[in-house]
Structures are given as structure tokens and as C-alpha cells.
Design a protein around this ligand. Structure first.
Ligand SMILES: [Zn+2]
Length: 258
């Protein structure tokens, strides 16, 4: 199904009529650009549920929506309701500028050139590598003291746009909390990951992105196997945070240029 979302902020309303509880995967892509995925999330729907609402703080001109489910879910139609944007009041001018650049970089990352993006202090590389040039399996890494971010194009191409936004906000979180960074303490490094995630979640939800995409990406930012235990705890922790935020819904679609 196709929607003329016209690059506007909006909520996608999907009208359904499932006979039983099941999972519905929703994929939304830019019809005109490759590897520009605005959403790829699976929702738990319950029997007789009438609709699903998904927020889109970013949208392409023309959005193609695809559905996947194990049993066929009767679809009564879809609708895109556009909204007026308001700036989250906790954003400083500097943070606003950074986030504005994060959003445009994330939207175009699959076809952007490698190299330095000065406004973001971002080095767009084929892969993130260690000092011996060996590839590290992480989408991004930050020099905590300078805020310089190295991003893996190979991995970013496989991410949805909200997942790229979340990843860049997480990296920014490391810089925001640079005073608390201690490279000599494993405990402090772990704590720093939590601070970076907290920062990213706050900003990401303030921008009105769907929590399902944040959950997906937190599983992808795992930098290495040895870190996995701590990361699982963080994912549990953040699932709780996200559930609380979902209930509040106070941050929905509150974004515009000043
Ligand atoms: Zn991190």
C-alpha cells in the first residue's frame, strides 16, 4: 500500500480485525530511494483489536507500507494523519542543531558518500576498525573527549532510519557525559553505556519515534560478545523505561524547526 506522506510528521493508523492474538510485522520504506526504511517493527495484536497507531516523526514523500503475519489479518484500511510539530522544550540550540543533522544524515545514510561530516563531527567509514585496522562489529564508536563519531556504512545500510537516529544519539550521549568517563574502570565503562542509552532514549522518545525500533536497535549495538551479559540487563532496564514512556505518551510528535 502506498501513502503520500509528503515528508510530514504523522501517525499511521492501521485498521485491522484479527480473529486471534498474533504478530504483525509492519515495514515502511521510501518508494523512491533504496535502503531507506522508516519502520520495520513487529507488533503484538490481540483478537478483535481495531487499530494500531504508529508515530512517524520523519517520513518520505511517498511511503510504501508492507505487512507480514503468519495468519492473514483482515485489513480494513490505512490512514496517515499529519500533525503539527512542536520543539521539545529541553532542547538547547546546540543540541537542536546536532539533532537536526542527525535526522538528515540518518535519512540519507544508505546513499551518502564516505568521509567527514563536519557538522556532526562524524567520520563515515566503510567499517569501524580498531587500532590494528581489524573490523569491529559495531555500528558506531565515539571518542568520548572530542565527541568525534566513527560510523560503519556497512552496518548503517542495514539499519532502519529510526535505528540510525538512536545509534547516533547514543554516541552523542557518551560525549554529553564525558566528565563521567573513566577508561581504566570496567565498571565505569559499563555505567557509561547506561548513561549513553538513557540520553538516547530521552531524546529519541522526545522526537516521537516508535519505541519498537529502539528496542530492535539496542540488541544491535552490542559491541562484542564479552559485553553481552551487561547489555541484556540494559535491554531489560530500557524495556521497562520504554513501557513507562509508552503509557505516558507525553512526548509524541513534538518536533519542529525553531
Ligand atoms: Zn556506547
Amino acid at each position: 500500500m502506498e501513502i503520500a506522506s509528503k515528508r510530514k510528521v504523522g501517525t499511521l493508523k492501521i485498521y485491522i480485525n484479527p480473529e486471534s492474538n498474533q504478530k504483525l510485522r509492519v515495514i515502511a520504506v521510501d518508494k523512491q530511494k533504496t535502503a531507506s526504511v522508516y519502520l520495520d517493527s513487529t507488533f503484538e495484536v490481540v483478537a478483535r483489536q481495531k487499530e494500531i497507531e504508529i508515530p512517524f516523526p520523519l517520513s518520505p514523500n511517498k511511503m510504501l507500507i508492507k505487512f507480514e503475519s503468519e495468519q492473514k489479518i483482515p485489513l480494513d484500511g490505512i490512514e496517515y494523519v499529519t500533525q503539527i510539530k512542536v520543539i521539545p522544550k529541553q532542547f538547547s540550540k546546540e543540541l537542536y542543531d546536532f539533532i537536526d543533522n542527525v535526522l538528515s544524515f540518518s535519512e540519507s545514510a544508505s546513499y551518502s558518500k564516505l568521509g567527514l561530516y563536519a557538522d556532526l563531527k562524524l567520520d563515515y567509514a566503510d567499517h569501524v576498525r580498531d587500532s590494528t585496522k581489524k573490523i569491529i562489529d559495531t555500528p558506531a564508536r565515539t571518542h568520548v573527549q572530542t565527541g568525534k563519531i566513527t560510523v560503519s556504512k556497512a552496518l548503517f545500510k542495514t539499519f532502519t532510519i529510526p535505528q540510525r537516529v538512536f545509534t547516533l544519539l547514543h554516541e552523542r550521549g557518551h560525549y554529553e557525559y564525558r566528565e563521567k568517563y573513566d577508561p581504566n574502570s570496567e565498571q565505569a565503562k559499563r555505567e557509561h553505556e547506561k548513561l549513553a542509552d538513557d540520553f538516547a532514549i530521552d531524546m529519541y522518545m522526545s522526537l516521537g519515534f516508535p519505541e519498537e525500533e529502539a528496542n530492535n536497535v539496542m540488541a544491535k549495538i552490542i559491541p562484542n560478545e564479552s559485553y553481552r551479559d551487561g547489555r541484556d540487563q540494559l535491554i531489560d532496564f530500557h524495556t521497562n523505561t520504554l513501557n513507562k514512556l509508552r503509557n505516558l505518551k507525553k512526548y509524541r510528535n513534538t518536533w519542529q524547526k525553531p
